[in-house]
Each structure stands twice: as structure tokens, then as C-alpha cells.
Design a protein around this ligand. Sequence first.
Ligand code: IDP
Ligand code: MG
Length: 132
Amino acid sequence: MDQRTYIMIKPDAVARGLVGRILARFEDTGLTFERLEYGVVTAEQAAANYAEHEGKPFYAGLISYITSGPVVKMVLSGPDAVVVCRKLMGATNPRDAAPGTIRGDFGLIMDANIVHGSDSPESAEREISIFF
Ligand code: IDP
Ligand code: MG
């Protein structure tokens, strides 16, 4: 089923110069780039995006990390876009992410996760409205 997903290359990955290689992996899926934008996440956007994690021990660090530097925001669309991108990204903890996935290949620590992707079509629409 055609759907949209919100993807964000996080500050650590931008700072490390990984944008081109990560974008190439999303391009390789064949999904359509509806939006692609470089920018800084505001505190308000960060809080809205991560509302589900408010109160958790890592919440403050997550907010300060995602607002710490420029990110690359995108909207991809196509068949099963959400699950296709989640599989490409790999498990949340890079230690558990399989080789060949973005997190498995480029990530080291969960606190500085290098990419965000919506976890459902409903989350995707909510997140897209926050960032675009
Ligand atoms: P996801 O990014 O795979 O959807 P979520 O559970 O939504 O994973 O968590 C959002 C982000 O919060 C993760 O990408 C990661 O950076 C961070 N995070 C999640 N759980 C932990 C944790 O237990 N310790 C530290 N950071 C965490
Ligand atoms: Mg999530």
C-alpha cells in the first residue's frame, strides 16, 4: 500500500559527513523523495516529535541531541514506505542493528542514533505535519 514516511538524518551523522551515503541508501529503495530539506530542529518540534518519550530517563538527552546541530529532513513515499525504511535503518540500538542496515553500519551508541524513521503510517502523518 502506498504510504508516506518521515525520515531524519540526525545531527551526529550530518557532522560526520554521512549524509550522501545515507541518502544513497534511501534512494536505492526506489521510494519517491517528496520533500528533502536541511535545517535545525526547534525545541518545539523536538518536544512534539518525541512526546511519547517524555518522562523517560533519556528524554532530556534526546531533545538536546536532536536540536544540537543541523539535520536532514525528508518525506518518502511509495509501497510500504514505513516498514521498508524501518528495515533499512535497523534496530534502535546500533549494537543490535544488523550489518547492512544504516544503524548497523554507521552507529555506535543509541544516545546518538544517526537516523529517525516513523514507526507507523499514523506516526508518519503526525511527524510530517510537525516538520513540514
Ligand atoms: P526508534 O528511533 O527506533 O523509533 P524509539 O524507541 O522511538 O526508537 O526512540 C527514539 C530515540 O530515542 C532513539 O532513536 C534513540 O536515539 C533514543 N532512545 C530510545 N531508547 C533509548 C534508551 O533506552 N537510551 C538512550 N536513548 C534511547
Ligand atoms: Mg520511534
